[in-house]
Design a protein around this ligand. Structure first.
Ligand SMILES: [Zn+2]
Length: 62
């Protein structure tokens, strides 16, 4: 919903191949160590990357 404004600001990851920043998350899977593995796909060039994310709560669990 923008009125002619540029929306080129990359959000999060940027595709290493085509430089765009809008990945689709195609798969997300929690790992036993509290992380989440996400598979993301670039809608422009089809490049697939895998990102690991850590839940905030797991940091305070000492
Ligand atoms: Zn791409």
């Amino acid at each position: 919903m923008d009125n002619g404004n540029n929306d080129n600001a990359p959000r999060g990851l940027t595709c290493p191949r085509c430089g765009r920043g809008h990945f689709f998350t195609t798969n997300s899977e929690p790992l036993p160590n509290g992380r989440i593995r996400r598979r993301k796909r670039c809608p422009s060039c089809g490049r697939i990357i895998v990102a690991y994310e850590v839940e905030i709560e797991s940091f305070s669990a000492a």
